[in-house]
Design a protein around this ligand. Structure first.
Ligand code: DC
Length: 211
């Protein structure tokens, strides 16, 4: 691929989009950005600076000069940070600042895979290919439960399902850039697919539709 190639992947939490996105970036030699890590990094910087999460002007300033090293800080993966990230992700000025970072990332040669909630709809509406990766709430909760259990978490599967459904509600009902498939997105339901099969389906979609 000589021209810049941008692959936008959206979908709800625990749909498998991150794993599929990383595998596709590797296969096609593209950079990869987990855009949720940007929202989590802003939230981490706010919590560390003890800034109230509803202070939109402070959040905007932090997003504008974001320390990108924080996107690889293990602390951003905690459930406390997931909560805090969801709060600041509802602030339009934060989204506007992070859009700048995401677009710059997408414009670099040789191109990129970005995964998130609004990549195909808002961040990269002209992406070469858009995928919307989803799975039933029960299946996503089961996957997340098994991961958490392996990491020693005491949460029950029912608690994880309640959390997944609450996140879906927040992501889809947000006023600014809610989670929804772009009109030209290809839907990939991974409910009954292994990760290898889901990856294979994504490759088939890309091979069929890229110019
Ligand atoms: O995918 P994640 O759980 O790491 O995302 C963290 C939060 O950021 C979550 O509340 C959804 C939000 N988010 C968003 O609003 N837009 C994106 N492009 C990516 C994540």
């Amino acid at each position: 691929m000589s021209k810049i190639f941008v692959l936008a992947i959206d979908g709800p939490a625990a749909s498998g989009k991150g794993t599929i996105g990383r595998m596709l970036a590797e296969k096609y030699g593209l950079d990869y950005l987990d855009t949720g890590s940007l929202y989590r990094a802003v939230a981490l910087q706010m919590l560390r600076a003890q800034v109230p999460l509803d202070s939109e002007s402070s959040a905007e300033a932090i997003a504008k000069s974001l320390d990108l090293d924080l996107t690889s800080d293990p602390e951003i993966r905690s459930s406390r940070l997931a909560e805090a990230a969801a709060t600041i992700a509802a602030l339009p000025k934060v989204r506007a600042q992070l859009k700048v970072i995401q677009r710059q990332f997408a414009q670099r040669h040789p191109g990129a895979v970005l995964d998130g909630r609004d990549i195909g709809t808002v961040v990269c509406p002209d992406a070469d290919i858009k995928l919307y990766v989803t799975a039933s709430p029960e299946i996503r909760a089961k996957r997340r439960f098994l991961e958490l259990q392996a990491a020693g978490s005491p949460l029950s599967e029912a608690e994880v399902l309640a959390d997944v459904m609450a996140r879906d509600k927040r992501d889809t009902e947000r006023a600014t850039s809610p989670l929804k498939p772009a009109e030209d997105a290809h839907l990939l339901d991974t409910s009954n697919l292994s990760i290898e099969t889901a990856f294979g389906s994504a490759v088939d979609i890309i091979e069929t539709h890229r110019g």
